[in-house]
Design a protein around this ligand. Structure first.
Ligand code: RUB
Length: 363
């Protein structure tokens, strides 16, 4: 079923095909995106999610928007703006749209066919670069795992992760899961504690699915379990992805990440964020104050989807109708709780000085 990348690819008509992440792990189906509005819908309704892949879909979305606006540059700018605003927290979305539109501006005098080709190639280049970044993150992260194993003479390495930051979230092996895939390649005995990640269960539904496919040992836990496991010395490292990271290292990630970082600090468990440079927002230094946090529909808290005993996918209401619910999508983990940032350029301390030094050319 899959094409060039595992989570998304172009079909023979140059439409974008994506794995439908809303129905995994119970169904493996795809959705075909043919224009800007369908791009916006797929990002908003979380057919695709995860900071990196949102950026890739947005980049291809700008290409589709250019095709649709047929030489009308003002129209293209409007459509690109709609795509850019489809979700507020993951900064890869804005980064990818801005990069595509910067190219579009430069190339707008080209013949229509050449203009489209340039945009398509740029979207492919972004995805190709993400694959390379992901592989670098894999290697730097696996080095840390190896080092901790050696120092502590561990037989099995236990990692805890929150949400999904695997190849469904960034092509083609993820951020937080990339070092885990690399550790498997290096024959390290690894076991993953998978936070279920309410309300949308990206851990239980997506991370567990990815790990099972790769044959990596894992156990799904209720979100509140991590602290207890850390007290019992059952977690050697926490790694998560991120949706936006300030210049200080303050990191926004799926709601609940902050609580894991607090528990990790209290128990001396190393807590790492894995991210490509495109997830930094160098414009801001105070993540808690400045990163916009998405508030999603209360229905995501009030309803849950799963298989019934007959094997049919059902959605069940789990909160009485009279109660309201509040659904913040993300929280911010302050830099002081983060052991290090695993990036494609190496492992960086979570501080303004270290980030500014490593990414000087991008700031
Ligand atoms: C996704 C989420 C992921 C990061 C990691 O939230 O918080 O942990 O996006 O992504 P949602 P990446 O499911 O609401 O999009 O792998 O790009 O670091």
């Amino acid at each position: 079923m899959q094409g060039k990348y595992k989570a998304l690819w172009l079909d023979e008509n140059d439409n974008l095909v994506v794995l439908d992440q809303r129905v995994l792990p119970f169904e493996e189906t795809t959705v075909t995106i043919t224009n800007a509005q369908e791009t916006v819908d797929a990002i908003e309704n979380m057919t695709v999610r995860g900071a990196g892949v949102i950026g890739n879909v947005a980049a291809f979305g700008v290409y589709l928007a250019a095709r649709e606006s047929a030489g009308d540059f003002d129209r293209l700018e409007e459509l690109a703006k709609d795509i850019r605003e489809s979700r507020p927290t993951a900064v890869n979305l804005m980064w990818a749209v801005d990069r595509m539109m910067a190219l579009a501006k430069k190339k707008q005098k080209l013949l229509p066919a050449n203009f489209l080709k340039a945009l398509k190639n740029e979207a492919i280049l972004i995805a190709d670069e993400d694959c390379e970044r992901s592989q670098k993150i894999a290697e730097y992260g696996a080095d840390i795992i190896e080092e901790i194993m050696l120092n502590r003479e561990l037989d099995t390495f236990n990692v805890l992760t929150h949400c999904n930051a695997g190849w469904l979230a960034i092509v083609d092996s993820g951020t937080a899961l990339a070092p885990i895939y690399e550790a498997q390649k290096r024959d390290i005995k690894i076991h993953v504690w998978v936070d279920e990640t309410r309300p949308r269960n990206q851990g239980a539904n997506l991370t567990a699915w990815e790990l099972a496919k790769a044959g990596i040992e894992h156990t799904v836990i209720a979100d509140n379990t991590g602290g207890h496991l850390m007290q019992q010395k059952m977690v050697d490292m926490v790694i998560t992805g991120a949706d936006r990271v300030a210049k200080s290292g303050d990191s926004a990630n799926k709601i609940g990440t902050y609580l894991k970082a607090l528990a990790a600090k209290d128990n001396d468990v190393p807590f790492y964020i894995a991210l490509p440079a495109s997830t930094f927002d160098f414009e801001i230094t105070d993540g808690v104050e400045q990163i916009p946090i998405e508030i999603r529909s209360e229905d995501e808290v009030k309803y849950m989807r799963g298989l019934d005993k007959e094997g049919r996918v059902q959605e069940l209401q789990v909160v009485q109708s009279q109660s309201s619910a509040l659904n913040y999508g993300f929280d911010v983990t302050p830099a002081r709780l983060i052991t290090g940032l695993i990036t494609e350029r190496g492992v960086c301390e979570a501080s303004v000085d270290a980030v500014s030094e490593m990414f000087e050319d991008l700031i």
